[in-house]
Design a protein around this ligand. Structure first.
Ligand SMILES: [Fe+2]
Length: 125
């Protein structure tokens, strides 16, 4: 997944975490062999938990009104991720290669973008 201008939310904290997310995701895409893929995906999942916890804290701090919807979306994608990791290898690869980028594009443009606006309004970065 390549960085797209639309990913930039203009908040150092969120943009930095998203760039980090993309680097870890790329390691999954590039992983050669089942063991390397599994290890990279385990790292991506751990990153996502941390990433989502960070956004939760930011939403609490700025009083984001849609916090429950945003958090539900995070839980949904973690469940989907776990489900897909148990699927046949080709499906798990397709989820990483296509499913995650599709989700991320949509998520940044909606929930994360709205959260960033709330943080900006609260004078946070
Ligand atoms: Fe998010």
């Amino acid at each position: 997944m390549q960085w797209e201008e639309g990913f930039r939310l203009g908040l150092g904290s969120m943009d930095g975490v998203h760039q980090h997310f993309m680097a870890i995701h790329q390691a999954c895409v590039d992983a050669v062999g089942d063991e390397a893929f599994k290890a990279a995906c385990t790292e991506l999942r751990a990153h996502l938990v941390e990433h989502f916890d960070g956004e939760k804290l930011q939403m609490e701090q700025c009083g984001f009104p849609m916090i429950r919807i945003h958090m539900a979306e995070h839980i949904r994608v973690l469940n989907e991720f776990d489900h897909m990791m148990k699927a046949p290898k080709a499906m798990a690869r397709a989820y990483i290669n296509e499913g995650i980028p599709t989700w991320f594009r949509q998520h940044v443009a909606t929930m994360d973008s709205a959260t960033a606006a709330c943080l900006r309004q609260a004078g946070m970065d």
